[in-house]
Design a protein around this ligand. Structure first.
Ligand SMILES: O=C(CO)[C@H](O)[C@H](O)COP(=O)(O)O
Length: 227
């Protein structure tokens, strides 16, 4: 039985799959909303759609295999036509917080590699200002305590992400620091400050990258577009 939020995720995930055209190379994001998009893409592939996807996580790769979506990698393609991904927060300028599922590094790679970035969310993710959701920052394990101390100097509280009482390790073998900055007034500047700290691999701030956001709410699906 799907929750109301999951039903909205399903709705936008299925809707997004219809943006894909024959012959496209697609960046496949991560998370429970993307799951529905991949499932629907699998159905379209069975009906004759020819596409190839690059997954942003091991979980996404597994779903793609399960639903019959062909996969490729960056040694075989030069770029992507479109990337479709979820988000944890979206602001009015279509800046994002991502990484709730820990896949932010590969998600940023596939977002940057694509001609178009489409984000799929339920309405609870749309906010005026980013920052209620703690910002995930992927860091190298070596000396992560030093990296964390430098990040704290930027004005946040942080925790090392854990899972089943162990430190959570990303698909890239790194750690995630969940950083509570409060409302983020200037996401672009914070992203730049964070990325300059030695040991930071990537941040969950995706600024000036999103072209479209498909938002699912109770009575409709709406489209936000880059101004
Ligand atoms: O950034 C992500 C994973 O790193 C996801 O896109 C984000 O967490 C949204 O997930 P969901 O669709 O399950 O709510």
């Amino acid at each position: 039985m799907l929750t109301e939020q999951d039903q909205l995720k399903k709705l936008v995930g299925q809707e997004a799959a219809h943006y894909i055209k024959d012959g496209m190379k697609i960046g496949l994001g991560s998370g429970s909303t993307v799951y529905w998009m991949i499932k629907m893409l699998g159905e379209r592939v069975k009906e004759g759609l020819h596409i190839e996807g690059i997954p942003s996580s091991n979980q996404t790769a597994e779903w793609a295999k399960e639903f019959g979506v062909p996969l490729t990698d960056f040694s075989k393609v030069e770029g992507l036509d479109v990337t479709i991904d979820g988000a944890d927060e979206v602001d009015g300028n279509l800046n994002l917080v991502k990484g709730g599922g820990g896949a932010l590094f590969r998600e940023k790679v596939i977002a940057k590699a694509a001609k178009e970035l489409i984000i799929i969310v339920d309405e609870s993710k749309v906010v005026e200002k980013l920052g209620d959701f703690p910002l995930p920052v992927e860091v190298l394990p070596f000396g992560w305590e030093m990296t964390a101390a430098k990040i704290k100097e930027l004005g946040c509280e942080l925790t090392v992400r854990s899972k089943d009482n162990e430190v959570y390790v990303t698909d890239n073998g790194n750690y995630i620091l969940d950083c509570q900055f409060g409302k983020i007034e200037n996401p672009e500047m914070l992203d730049q400050e964070l990325i300059q700290i030695v040991g930071v691999v990537e941040t969950g701030l995706f600024t000036n990258m999103t072209d479209k956001v498909i938002v699912g709410s109770k009575d409709k699906v709406s489209l936000l577009e880059r101004k």
